[in-house]
Design a protein around this ligand. Structure first.
Ligand SMILES: [Fe+2]
Length: 289
């Protein structure tokens, strides 16, 4: 076919597909159809097209082992949450899921009850105890669940954004025993802006959007025989709960971080009084496969 014109180009591109995998064929067919429809609808100038190529190029170039600008782009466009909703439609009474976000990295293994606030920075935040149990969908307690947690510090920075924090600060992995219980010490997280010094920041600015996320702690829970669970626990009362830059807030994940003045409780949980306390039981879906 040499007689390629504006009105037959999309069909010709689709006809060239010769995928071995049916799913690959479906994905590429829909990608080509939607992107051609977008361009036909928009009719971009060549300058605009090169600007788009430059934007995506810089988005990739901004990624490294400590920064994931493409996840952030997916997050601020609402695509990450769309994928989340599509993949967790039959939640019933299970813990709701939300975005992974761009700040997950490798973490150290801790003993239950350890403090993930490391080094000097520990003195900077408000002591907080996070505790609860890990259940399966039929209310059975799950032993040997690995709980991977990560959060910002009390002024809204992750360790990987802030050279003043110790390495792997405010992130860690815990494993439940037979009781299915978990608990760890940390500091109360703060709201923070998603990084705005890269291409995604330009996009937010051009969109007239604010970059703040409400304060939260991330959880990634894995247990044999169960679907992994990626979610956050949000701090009730945060002023950004209704305007999260990545659309990740779900009502059931907003929790009271209660201030506890009891010195007896503080001794029990090995923290200074007063301290914040948040209690949450997770519930995971069983693996059907
Ligand atoms: Fe986060």
């Amino acid at each position: 076919m040499r007689n390629i014109r504006e009105d037959n180009l999309s069909d010709i591109v689709l006809e060239r597909l010769n995928c071995d995998s049916e799913r690959d064929r479906e994905i590429l067919t829909k990608l080509i159809k939607h992107i051609h429809a977008f361009v036909k609808d928009l009719e971009p100038t060549e300058d605009e097209w090169f600007k788009a190529i430059d934007f995506l190029t810089r988005t990739g170039q901004t990624c490294n082992d400590k920064r994931q600008e493409f996840i952030l782009l997916s997050d601020v466009l609402g695509v990450s949450m769309l994928v989340d909703f599509i993949n967790h439609r039959t939640q019933n009474n299970l813990t709701e899921t939300t975005v992974t976000g761009p700040f997950h990295t490798a973490a150290l293994n801790f003993e239950m009850g350890d403090n993930i606030a490391r080094g000097k920075e520990e003195k900077r935040g408000k002591p907080t105890v996070v505790r609860g149990r890990i259940f399966g969908e039929n209310d059975q307690l799950i032993s040997n669940a690995v709980i991977d947690v990560w959060q910002s510090d009390d002024i809204g920075f992750y360790d990987i954004q802030d050279g003043d924090q110790p390495e792997m600060n405010l992130r860690g992995k815990f494993k439940t025993d037979k009781t299915g219980e978990y608990w760890f010490r940390t500091i109360k997280p703060a709201p923070y802006p998603v990084p705005t010094d890269g291409p995604v920041g330009e996009l937010l600015k051009a969109s007239g959007r604010q970059p703040m996320r409400p304060a939260h702690i991330h959880f990634w829970i894995k247990a044999e025989g169960y679907h992994q669970l990626i979610t956050h626990l949000f701090v009730k009362g945060d002023e950004h709960l209704d305007s999260d830059a990545v659309f990740g807030v779900k009502e059931s994940l907003i929790l009271d971080f209660k201030l506890n003045h009891s010195s007896e409780d503080a001794n029990q949980w090995r923290v200074k009084s007063p301290f914040y306390e948040v209690v949450y039981d997770f519930k995971l879906a069983k693996n059907k496969t």
